[in-house]
Design a protein around this ligand. Structure first.
Ligand code: PLP
Length: 320
């Protein structure tokens, strides 16, 4: 980062940003990519470009775009969410099609479908390429574009043992995060056709996301994409160890089949997740309460296997 070659990226003059964008587009099997400050901004730019005000945005009911983006779909794009509940986070075209309004002028029409891979709130579960393609085919037949919230799509790719482009190429647009598991301090990429990315550049500037000498961050993004993807299995191993270490705990349940990547969702017997997480924090274990009964643990580069064993001890102690 300290030796990154930089320029004014609003004028398209930052060579490190160009390198990152070109590398990402190639990796994702898309024509072009744009560096954006956050995953939320990437998703929201895509939603604004694909839709018109008054349309619906379809997604799994616990999607990030519905639960964690503060109503931006309505506030910025003027659209209404159409949440469809999946089975353990998995949607099917059949379920989506059943939720769509008939194509009559007096009912709101779906302007976009957003899929999430891995699905965060479903516990980091992996969406298969076949399942996603079935939805994309159905959507395209009805003229509906499909965006991928791929904040953690590299986790899905390494777990499936396939190139990430197998999971990202069929989409009309894709957002991926460089922070989170890939360890960059900040930054995400929004990829799609050249025309889409040109439009996205305008939307990014309008939302205040045009950054100047941002090659310092893009340099970290290049390390994320070039060096860190191959290390994600380490995080998956840690998540499995945590889940198995807690599997027989009294007071908490974990669906071991649902632990597929770096997320472990625990369901508490009592609705005290905030207090539980506070007790854990006092003992040096960090987690997030994601529902009255639900706590989310995430493993990453800065947590060692020994830390996991320590976390298991602390969680057991707090529960007892
Ligand atoms: C699935 C998913 N999409 C999008 C985002 C948004 O990323 P950011 O925090 O960079 O806005 C997150 C963040 O946690 C996420 O989990």
């Amino acid at each position: 980062m300290s030796t990154a070659e930089v320029g004014d990226d609003v004028f398209g003059e930052d060579p490190t940003v160009h390198r990152l964008q070109e590398f990402a587009a190639e990796l994702l099997g898309q024509e072009a990519a744009l560096f954006v400050p956050t995953g939320t901004m990437g998703n929201q730019i895509a939603i604004q470009i694909h839709t018109r005000p008054g349309q619906q945005v379809v997604g799994e009911s616990r999607s990030h775009v519905f639960e964690w983006e503060l109503g931006a779909i309505s506030a910025f794009a003027g659209c209404q969410p159409l949440p469809v509940t999946g089975i353990k986070g998995h949607l099917t075209w059949e379920a989506i099609e059943a939720a769509l309004n008939p194509p009559v002028y007096y009912r709101s029409q779906a302007g976009l479908i957003v899929l999430e891979n891995t699905h965060n709130m479903a516990g980091g579960i992996i969406q298969s390429p076949e399942g996603m393609e079935e939805i994309i085919d159905g959507a395209h037949q009805r003229g509906i574009p499909v965006h991928l919230d791929g904040a953690r799509v590299f986790h899905a790719a390494v777990a499936l043992g396939c190139p990430v482009s197998h999971l990202t190429r069929p989409f009309d647009s894709v957002m991926v995060c460089l922070s989170k598991g890939l360890c960059a301090p900040a930054g995400s990429l929004l990829a799609g056709s050249r025309a889409f990315v040109e439009e996205a550049k305008r939307a990014r500037k309008r939302m205040g996301g045009g950054m100047r000498q941002v090659g310092v961050l893009a340099a970290a993004g290049l390390v994320a994409l070039e060096e860190m993807i191959g290390r994600l299995p380490e995080d998956h191993e840690k998540a499995r160890r945590l889940a198995e270490g807690l599997a027989d705990c009294v007071g908490l349940t974990i669906d071991l089949d649902g632990v597929q990547t770096n997320v472990v969702m625990a369901t508490l017997q009592r609705s005290n997740s905030s207090a539980f997480v506070e007790f854990l924090r006092e003992q040096g274990v960090l987690a997030v309460p994601t529902g009255a009964y639900e706590v989310r643990f995430v493993t990453h580069h800065d947590v060692s296997l020994d830390d996991i064993d320590q976390a298991v001890r602390v969680i057991r102690e707090v529960l007892s």
